[in-house]
Design a protein around this ligand. Structure first.
Ligand code: SME
Length: 169
C-alpha cells in the first residue's frame, strides 16, 4: 500500500495584516512546524523560508558557530559571505555580546560586512543553547531603510527562543 504523505507545511498569513499580526499568526505555525523535528538544519531552513514568505525581506537566514567562527547556515535570498569571525560585522558582534542588534543604516555601523550592496538595514539576534551559550545568529537584511524596527527584534527573539526549545542540549 502506498504511504500517504501529508503536507501540513503551508503557511497561513492574513493578506491585510500588519507586522505584529503577521508575527502573531506566524509564531504558532512555526512552533507547530518545528516542535516534532529534531534536526536543526531542517528547522532553520523552514524558519528562513517562512520568514521570507511572510515578510519578503531581501535576505534572511542563520549563521552557526563552528570551530570558533560563524559559518553560513540555512537562508533565503542571494548568496552570502560564508564565514564571519568572532566580534566582526554585525553578526560577529551579536555573537560576542550575546544580544540583539538593530542596525537601521548599515553605513553607520563601523565594521559592517557587506555581503550585498543592496542591503541597507539589518537585524541580528542571537540563538542560544539551553545553557545560554550562543550557538548561532538569525540575520535579517532589508534593501529598505523603513522596514526593520524594534517590533521585529521582539518577535525574532521569540523565534530564537522557539529554536532553543527544540535543541537537545
Ligand atoms: N552584514 C552581516 C554579514 C552577513 S550578511 O548580511 C548575510 C554582518 O555585518 O555581520
Amino acid at each position: 500500500m502506498q504511504q500517504k504523505i501529508t503536507m501540513s507545511e503551508e503557511l497561513f498569513i492574513p493578506a491585510d495584516a500588519d507586522k505584529k499580526e503577521r508575527y502573531e499568526t506566524l509564531l504558532p505555525q512555526l512552533a507547530a512546524l518545528i516542535e516534532d523535528e529534531t534536526d536543526l538544519i531542517a528547522n532553520l531552513a523552514n524558519i528562513s523560508a517562512a520568514l521570507r514568505e511572510t515578510f519578503g525581506w531581501w535576505w534572511v537566514g542563520f549563521y552557526l558557530v563552528k570551530n570558533n567562527e560563524l559559518v553560513l547556515g540555512p537562508f533565503q535570498g542571494p548568496i552570502a559571505c560564508t564565514r564571519i569571525k568572532f566580534g566582526k560585522g554585525v553578526c560577529g558582534t551579536v555573537w560576542k555580546e550575546a544580544k540583539s542588534l538593530l542596525v537601521p543604516d548599515v553605513n553607520a555601523f563601523s565594521g559592517h560586512i557587506a555581503c550585498s550592496s543592496s542591503s541597507v538595514a539589518e537585524i541580528v539576534v542571537p540563538v542560544f543553547d539551553k545553557q545560554g551559550q550562543v550557538v548561532g545568529v538569525l540575520d535579517v537584511d532589508s534593501e529598505r531603510y523603513d522596514v526593520l524596527d524594534e517590533t521585529d527584534v521582539v518577535y525574532l527573539e521569540k523565534i530564537s527562543k522557539l529554536i532553543t526549545e527544540t535543541l537537545s542540549v
